[in-house]
Design a binder for this molecule. Structure first.
Ligand code: UD1
Ligand code: CA
Length: 477
């Protein structure tokens, strides 16, 4: 930004209130869902605006809702926001009028108005804008940015002395006005009394027959007030998302910004183009993110861990030095220090892989604790199981945890050895140090240090095959 950074303390507290415009139909997305709820990097579009606003502590923060009002209110309920309804949506000026009873009740508090579709807006920018507004003591301060072709954005028209005169919407602009590079981002700081006054004079005489909030600028200037524009250094921060293509462009830019920050903090991102890290995900320095890694929700990846390639992890924690190898999907689980998971493993909720433990290919775990140093290397399903340390779970072991009605637990004690292709019919306990013979169906508890065989004894009939071939030969003669 071209203004000095204001400290957050100077602009917060009860001197600030905010309105977020989130009532538009968003017809340009062609979606049946409200535009402000469409996902951008895993969060509803307007959530990004609310996060930028969050640290400012504006009181109150009002959301103007209209299109699918109930869904929008439900998505942001319980967070202390005030909701007002704008029905039908007749433009951004009409939207701010719907919030007038709320903000006019605090005429002494600066009003920050933010369009709900600014996915890339940063909190620091709002702090800066407000600092600039306070220092200049103008009736309004708006955020602008410059593009060689400002497309569908409203243009900032400046008078002969270079002062902001008005904003003209692209649809109403003359060819000369359309050539203006400086555009209106859709973020404004207002002194409340002159705004209330100007809103009384707002009309919908324009190409879209809408009440434009942007017309307030010209009305303020006509009433003798000063309006200043503060320009963004990086115009991409001011991009409003109107179409699905613009939403996905915003996702890409946010993703890249997030990865740049992580790399600056020492995370080794091998291929930023194919890596996604959610806004609530934590990745520590020295973690390695291999190509095609998706980290979502409240996932935490500790230092020295390596994830990927082709891995998706949701709401899980990966401990220091742990590895999640190729093609794994993990949700709501914990992989402790130095453990190894994959390739091709599926870890479902409430699973914990102990320190140094190993889960190999085509293994699915659900609500299971695999103890420290234990191994389940191949082709297993382990559900509702508590497995002690240093257990070997042989290839193809299955816990039969479900009887068609209820789920039952399996317990395997420390150091037990479960032979390949065993079936453990729960509820069942295999004691510490016990052995289960390969191919067993275990239906009764196995005491510690015992051997359990749960299969028919092998019968060998010497010469049987030869006799059979001879008998068949006779038949065909
Ligand atoms: C608006 C600005 C334009 C600016 C651009 C920046 C106006 C008239 N124009 O245009 O100058 O360059 O943003 O991105 O303000 N909304 C309502 N109620 C309505 C209409 C819209 O709450 O009746 C909300 C929308 O949900 C959206 C925001 O206001 O979050 C902006 O509306 P939108 O229709 O996207 O305005 P633009 O045409 O992009
Ligand atoms: Ca817009």
């Amino acid at each position: 930004m071209s203004v000095a950074r204001a400290s957050i303390e100077t602009v917060t507290s009860s001197t600030l209130q905010a309105v977020v415009l989130a009532a538009g139909k968003g017809t340009r997305t062609k979606s049946t869902r409200a535009k402000v709820l469409l996902p951008v990097l895993g969060q509803p579009l307007v959530e990004h605006v609310l996060r930028a606003l969050g640290p400012l502590g504006a009181d109150p923060t009002t959301l103007v809702v209209g299109h699918q009002a109930q869904a929008v209110e439900a998505a942001f309920a319980g967070r202390g926001f005030t909701f007002v309804r704008q029905e039908p949506p007749l433009g951004t000026g009409h939207a701010i009028m719907a919030a007038r009873p709320v903000f006019a009740a605090h005429p002494d508090r600066t009003l920050l108005v933010v369009n709900g579709d600014l996915a890339l807006l940063r909190g620091e920018t709002l702090v800066s804008l407000l600092g600039s507004h306070r220092r200049a003591a103008t009736a309004a301060t708006l955020l602008s940015a410059a593009l060689a072709d400002a497309g569908a954005y409203g243009r900032v028209v400046r008078g002969p002395a270079g002062r902001v005169a008005r904003i003209v919407e692209a649809k109403d602009a003359s060819p000369e006005e359309r050539a203006i590079r400086e555009f209106n981002v859709g973020v404004y700081a207002f002194a409340v009394p002159p705004l209330v006054d100007a809103l009384g004079r707002l009309r919908a005489r324009n190409a879209q027959s809408e009440y434009y909030l942007t017309d307030v600028v010209g009305l303020l200037v006509a009433a003798g007030h000063t309006v200043q524009a503060v320009a963004l250094d990086d115009p991409s921060e001011g991009l409003g998302a109107n179409t699905v293509a613009e939403l996905s462009d915003a996702t890409r830019r946010l993703r890249e910004r997030r990865l740049r920050d992580l790399m600056a903090a020492g995370v080794l991102v091998e291929d930023p183009a194919s890596t996604t890290v959610g806004l609530d995900t934590v990745v520590e320095a020295d973690a390695v993110l291999r190509p095609f890694t998706l980290l979502e929700g409240r996932t935490v990846v500790r230092g020295g861990a390596s994830v990927g390639p082709f891995v998706r992890i949701v709401d899980s924690e990966i401990g220091p030095g742990a590895q999640v190898l190729d093609h794994c999907f993990l949700r709501e689980c914990v992989v402790e220090a130095e453990a190894s998971v994959g390739p091709f493993a599926h870890l479902r909720p409430e699973t914990r892989i102990g320190p140094g433990a190993r889960v190999g290919n085509f293994v699915e775990l659900k609500k299971t604790h695999l103890g420290a140093g234990s191994k389940a290397p191949h082709l297993s399903y382990l559900g509702d199981a508590t497995i002690g340390p240093k257990v070997n779970v042989g290839a193809g072991t299955i816990t039969c945890n479900y009887d068609g009605v209820d789920k039952h637990p399996t317990r395997i004690g420390a150091g037990a050895f479960i032979g390949s292709n065993s079936t453990l019919v729960a509820p069942i306990t295999v004691g510490e140090g016990a052995y289960v013979a390969a191919g067993s169906a275990i239906t009764e508890d196995v005491p510690p240090h015992a051997l359990a065989l749960g299969r028919a004894r092998q019968v060998v009939k010497p010469g049987w095959a030869e006799r059979r071939r001879q008998a068949q030969g006779k038949k065909t003669e």
